[in-house]
Design a protein around this ligand. Structure first.
Ligand SMILES: NC(=O)c1ccc[n+]([C@@H]2O[C@H](COP(=O)([O-])OP(=O)(O)OC[C@H]3O[C@@H](n4cnc5c(N)ncnc54)[C@H](O)[C@@H]3O)[C@@H](O)[C@H]2O)c1
Length: 121
């Protein structure tokens, strides 16, 4: 009997690291579905030919969300659950840290919201 493939959430999936993770997951056909979440949509993420093809795969869905904003996460994720969550989101632009820390204090940590959607078993 074939093993059931996991349902995977990739945070920051349009970034440098995330897009390669997504490519590997799709090309190796190891997931039943992949949800890519990023504040930058794939259409403006400067994907190359390989990545564009992968992101057009029927196993992929994209959801736009700002992961430091609780309301944005709630509308993107709702009560949905995933088998695996891969976090490749991170602010890598210089000068963003102070602004992010301020937003972070206001919105509190969104990882908590995400973690509550993960099955601990
Ligand atoms: N690239 C490397 O060589 C490298 C090495 C070691 C560690 N890292 C770490 O890995 C992480 C990803 O690095 P990268 O090079 O892929 O960066 P990247 O900037 O290319 O990608 C990060 C992605 O996260 C998304 N993102 C950032 N903040 C977000 C938010 N609040 N909500 C939703 N999406 C958000 C961005 O839009 C982007 O697509 C970073 O934390 C980085 O420090 C990277």
């Amino acid at each position: 009997m074939a093993a059931v493939k996991p349902k995977v959430l990739v945070l920051g999936g349009c970034g440098f690291i995330g897009r390669y993770v997504v490519c590997e997951l799709v090309e190796k056909q190891v997931c039943s579905s992949i949800c890519v979440v990023d504040k930058v949509p794939p259409q403006i993420a400067w994907l190359n030919e390989r990545q564009s093809k992968v992101f057009a795969d029927e196993s992929i869905t994209f959801r736009s969300a700002n992961l430091i904003n609780a309301a944005s996460c709630a509308s993107a994720f709702g009560e949905e659950e995933w088998d695996w969550v891969i976090n490749a989101a991170g602010e890598t632009k210089t000068g963003q840290l102070q602004k992010l820390m301020w937003e972070f204090k206001i919105e509190k940590i969104l990882a908590i919201n995400l973690l509550t959607s993960i099955d601990p078993s």
